[in-house]
Design a protein around this ligand. Structure first.
Ligand code: ADP
Ligand code: MG
Length: 266
């Protein structure tokens, strides 16, 4: 079979009159959350952090999740990132039901399919940008030469090819966060999850990091970002608002990239 966009599940091939080409539809979303409930504790003291959340994110989308403090954003993020499992409902990541997996399998999926960007960068100090970006590949036991090559390419992608040998302390906040973005990307994950990625940055560095995320999304990466800053959320294609553990609005501001609906294969 002819190659299609990486990782996409293909169904319903439709005939195309142009010789040698046919159009197929990518139907599998990157993530699918169905009636997800998360309750901490039980009885009278139970906290209902998520009260039945459902949505899908398709390949190439850029989704911002907003909500007041305590609305369930971090709880949802932890579930989407396979750091925690729901108390009820289903979560499919890249077609795999991860809602009932045990810790070891969950960790494996987390390492392979998700790239995380945190508010606090989480870079290893006194370790070069290059080595920081290589780390997830070292966990995946990739050979050194291939690791170097991929990490260098990821640093180029975030505009830091010339800073590969700098340690975090020698980089600005915006540059450190771009290293973190490169680290998130280097495993070619299905999904980049960013939790308040600009929360610790000044306006110049915020613009720098948002420009990188915009560029990544334009080149086809799927991004889910949590923020409480409307200016940051404006960069996304779609905005989901949480109130008290429920989605109250889910609005698309920009269409999905065309390639998400139909992929033409030779
Ligand atoms: P947000 O990130 O939007 O501020 P959270 O997801 O952190 O919201 O929290 C949602 C609700 O769940 C809050 O009432 C919070 O106190 C509660 N909560 C979060 N984590 C825990 C936990 N580990 N144990 C008990 N309650 C929790
Ligand atoms: Mg939170």
């Amino acid at each position: 079979m002819a190659p299609v966009a990486a990782g996409s599940d293909v169904a319903q091939p439709a005939g195309d009159p142009r010789a040698g080409l046919r159009t197929v539809t990518a139907i599998r979303p990157v993530l699918h959350v169905e009636n997800v409930v998360k309750t901490y504790g039980d009885g009278d003291t139970a906290v209902h952090a998520l009260r039945g959340v459902s949505f899908s994110v398709e390949r190439g989308d850029y989704v911002a999740i907003m909500g007041a403090s305590g609305s369930g954003k971090s709880t949802l993020m932890n579930i989407l990132g396979c750091l925690d499992i729901p108390s009820g409902g289903r979560y499919l990541l890249d077609g795999v039901d991860v809602s009932r997996l045990e810790d070891r399998r969950l960790a494996l999926i987390r390492n392979r399919r998700i790239g995380f960007v945190f508010q606090s960068f989480n870079l290893i100090p006194r370790t070069t940008a290059q080595a920081n970006v290589e780390l997830p590949l070292a966990y995946a036991r990739m050979k050194a030469r291939e690791r170097h090559r991929r990490a260098r390419a990821a640093l180029e992608l975030v505009g830091l090819g010339d800073r590969a040998n700098h340690e975090p302390s020698k980089l600005s906040g915006g540059q450190q966060q771009r290293v973190a973005v490169a680290r998130a990307l280097v495993t070619a994950p299905a999904l980049v999850l960013a939790d308040e990625p600009t929360g610790n940055l000044d306006s110049h560095s915020t613009a720098e990091v948002l420009a990188v995320l915009d560029r990544l999304n334009q080149s086809g990466r799927t991004i889910v970002l949590i923020t409480h800053e409307p200016d940051v959320a404006d960069h996304a294609r779609r905005l989901i608002r949480l109130v008290d553990g429920r989605i109250v609005t889910d609005v698309r501001h920009r269409p999905l990239p065309y390639l998400q609906r139909t992929v033409t294969v030779a």
